[in-house]
Design a binder for this molecule. Structure first.
Ligand SMILES: *[C@@H]1O[C@H](CO)[C@@H](O)[C@H](O)[C@H]1NC(C)=O
Ligand SMILES: *[C@@H]1O[C@H](CO)[C@@H](O)[C@H](O)[C@H]1NC(C)=O
Ligand SMILES: *[C@@H]1O[C@H](CO)[C@@H](O)[C@H](O)[C@H]1NC(C)=O
Length: 275
């Protein structure tokens, strides 16, 4: 074994280290926004570190389908490949070697996007991918309807909650005084055009325990996974056992009746009278 032979593992590691620092790495695809409203636009940004090598091409894919390619050595440097639903903004300021802007996105675009970066000397290809989801969020918060305008202990509460159309469908649930009721209540989904509206129903005999200090707060929560959540609340008082309402006056009526100026004038007036 020669001295060189003994050093070879170290040289090899050193070679790997150098190779690592001069060649393509850190390929990351970022989509902003990842969850986009139908008809909106989204920016796909592919960042990469070329090291010492030259960029040969950046290819963009939706699933397996290439829809855009950037090749600096060619003229023109960009190429788009028609794909149903993909509208690349071909303005070079918006779609270039690092990013692609998609306009007027529709549902069929939901899914995996990739950017594939290839360098020459050394020839190397690295791919990064990220999901994008196209949605329609409901236009309004959910609406609650009850069969009566007030309830007392012993009544059966009948309530429906419905959400305006969305996609994916809104999931609805009921909370009573902040506790989940009706764990098994199924959200019913009905198609309208290419969206869904949702409804949930509850029928519940009311016990004294349902009223906290004579009051029942019913809340309907509308959610789409972790991208959307809102609620509508309704207050139902147990009118058989009414509790006095705390009456609040409008800010301006009683308190500001004697303004400081008026108050001072009265004192001065009284002082003059009883002098
Ligand atoms: C992307 O979407 C696919 C299927 O739609 C799913 O299996 C995968 O887990 C998603 N990836 C990420 C990072 O969310
Ligand atoms: C709730 O919805 C069901 C079915 O859609 C309907 O039959 C019922 O009358 C509704 N109840 C209320 C309180 O709106
Ligand atoms: C007092 O408040 C009421 C409603 O709160 C409003 O209509 C009215 O204009 C107010 N009056 C003055 C003098 O600010």
């Amino acid at each position: 074994m020669t001295i060189f032979g003994a050093w070879s593992p170290l040289l090899f590691v050193l070679f790997l280290f150098c190779e690592e620092s001069i060649s393509l790495r850190n390929v990351i695809l970022d989509i902003e926004p990842k969850v986009v409203q139908r008809g909106g636009y989204s920016t796909l940004s592919c960042s990469y570190d070329l090291g010492e090598s030259q960029l040969y091409t950046v290819k963009w894919y939706r699933g397996q389908h290439e829809f855009y390619r950037y090749t600096p050595s060619e003229h023109p440097s960009t190429k788009t490949f028609p794909f149903r639903g993909v509208n690349v903004d071909i303005d070079l300021d918006l779609s270039n070697e690092h990013q692609v802007v998609l306009r007027n996105v529709d549902f069929q675009l939901s899914g995996k996007f990739s950017c594939e970066v290839t360098t020459e000397t050394p020839i190397l290809t690295v791919t990064a991918d990220t999901n994008m989801t196209v949605v329609v969020l409901p236009e309004h918060p959910p609406s609650l309807t009850t069969d009566k305008s007030f309830y007392v202990v012993g009544d059966v509460l009948k309530v429906n909650c419905s959400s305006s159309p969305a996609r994916p469908a809104v999931i609805l649930s009921f909370l009573m005084n902040n506790l989940v009721v009706c764990e098994k209540c199924e959200t019913r989904k009905y198609p309208v055009d290419d969206l869904f509206w949702s409804e949930i129903s509850l029928q519940l005999p009311l016990f004294p325990s349902h009223f906290l200090e004579g009051r029942l707060v019913l809340r309907c929560v509308a959610a789409i996974s972790d991208i959307y959540q809102t609620h509508t609340e309704m207050r139902l008082d147990n009118t058989k056992d009414p509790i006095p309402e705390r009456v609040t006056f409008p800010h301006n009526s009683s308190v500001a009746f004697f303004s400081p100026k008026t108050f001072v004038s009265i004192i001065v007036l009284l002082a003059l009278i009883f002098r």
